[in-house]
Design a protein around this ligand. Sequence first.
Ligand code: GSH
Length: 203
Amino acid sequence: MDKYPVLYTFRRCPFAIRARLALCVNQKQCEVREIKLSNKPADMIERSSKGTVPVLILNDGNVLDESIDIMRWSFDQNYKINDELESWIIKIDTDFKYHLDRYKYPNRYQNTRSYNHRDACLDTLKKLEASWRTMGSNEELNFYDFAFLTLIRQFKMPEPGWFDALDLDFIKTRLELLINSNLFSLAMQKYPLWDSSKKIYLL
Ligand SMILES: N[C@@H](CCC(=O)N[C@@H](CS)C(=O)NCC(=O)O)C(=O)O
């Protein structure tokens, strides 16, 4: 049995990024296995047949293959639970992500007009902004920043100038705080593709 949990990850995946942020901020060392989505290692599929990253194999053999579960395990309940924001996690991961993919990659989907999907994402973010800003912007980067902002960062990517002009001050401030943090640089460091002959660690 390895001394540290094993994390299968893909650098640019927003779900993997949120898991790495949570692991890093909580100093949870683990062995990092950077994979290609087009060539998933058999060992990862054996542990989690759904074939998505991130996957964390714990030392007791338990497998966490949902990014939110990896985050919760990393924080080990040491974060201020906000019931309203908890209910946003599912909305961001399903509805928002659905429209985000169709806005970012309209050519991958049939009969999609990307601006309808951009509008749907924006509508969600306006509502999230209203709930989230009650938390106060002086808070240190926390669980909800990692949960929401890695996907919102993707929403900014196609048209950053348009995004910057939006009336979403709280979200934009939190995103800047995250992106400019040392923590984000740590979580985004580049790892070579996994090669079973050597071990690479997150921290
Ligand atoms: N609900 C999952 C979603 C993870 C997910 O969809 N990851 C994408 C990469 S961003 C993936 O692995 N897709 C599989 C593929 O593209 O083959 C989680 O939160 O961990």
